[in-house]
Design a protein around this ligand. Structure first.
Ligand code: NDP
Length: 256
């Protein structure tokens, strides 16, 4: 099967437009909280099970990037295998394990949010998968460059922070509970959303490992989604819990 052909320059232009949409989305999300999790409400139309929505939102990007990178790909070198492998490992966890682990029984999210996340994932998956399939010419020596090695360290550290922090949040509830309490363990001593910090670090590391436009675009979109959400969560904690630690920041220790 052949992918529809797009020239390299047209591809870069499309990806640059997608980045511009990401920056606009960031500005919008600074004003409007994406209505899922603690901000879910019925004003956004029909709702769907939270766990099912997480699976449906996250599985497309895994399939598209996996297909683009691993199916009949003449550019599948060892560096590309590692890049796409790291990406697929993250999304295997996010689409299959994470929805099974979260304790959000009976909780729902708006279908429109799920659809916008699917769209976001389809576009990002397309850019990465298409790049890996058509333009990814990485030699073995790329794995010895400072950006690959630094990126790999940042990616692994980010994944560790993200998974440990999400696990702490998940365990704050007993099975069947749906309320919120103050997390204090691990990096929560310093910031309200270390899970989001870890996720942003992961994709910063990935952008360095790949050093291509789609990977930077993925990082920019992740920041566009998660930085406003971290700021909103921090404000929400301070309003909900009068005893919330005043020295804690939103997402970057001692800074933001
Ligand atoms: P949240 O921190 O809002 O929630 C994570 C989980 O923990 C949810 O199940 C939530 O329940 C629960 N939870 C959160 N805070 C508390 C608390 N104080 N007490 C009890 N339970 C709590 O994370 P998100 O939903 O924003 O994101 C989930 C994961 O997906 C993260 O790892 C994030 O990095 C990633 N993500 C990545 C994006 C990207 O662009 N790459 C975009 C969005 C998310 P509930 O749902 O009921 O609030």
């Amino acid at each position: 099967m052949n992918f529809p052909s797009v020239s390299y320059n047209s591809f870069l232009l499309l990806n640059a437009i997608w980045i511009a949409i990401g920056i606009i989305t960031f500005l919008v999300l600074l004003r409007i909280n994406a209505p899922y999790g603690r901000y879910t409400n019925r004003n956004w139309g029909p709702l769907i099970s939270n766990k099912l929505a997480w699976f449906l939102m996250e599985i497309p990007v895994l399939l598209i990037v996996g297909f683009g990178a691993f199916y009949n790909n003449e550019n599948l070198s060892i560096p590309v295998f590692i890049m796409a492998g790291l990406f697929c490992l993250h999304y295997l966890h996010r689409s299959l394990l994470f929805p099974l682990r979260i304790r959000t029984k009976g909780k729902q999210m708006p279908v429109v949010i799920m659809c916008s996340a699917i769209l976001f994932n389809l576009a990002n998956g397309f850019f990465l998968g298409y790049y890996f399939h058509n333009f990814a010419h990485y030699e073995y020596a790329w794995m010895l460059t400072p950006q690959f090695i630094t990126g790999l360290i940042i990616f692994i550290a980010g994944a560790f922070i993200n998974i440990v922090s999400d696990s702490i949040l998940i365990r704050l509830r007993k099975p069947g509970e749906a309320g919120y309490s103050i997390p204090n363990a691990f990096l929560f001593k310093w910031v309200s959303c270390p899970n989001h910090l870890g996720e942003m670090l992961e994709w910063l590391g990935f952008a360095l490992i790949c050093s291509n436009l789609p990977a930077w675009s993925f990082f920019i979109w992740t920041v566009a989604n998660l930085l406003p959400r971290s700021i909103a969560h921090h404000k929400w904690y301070k309003q909900k819990f009068p005893s919330y630690p005043s020295e804690r920041k939103a997402v970057i220790p001692y800074f933001l």
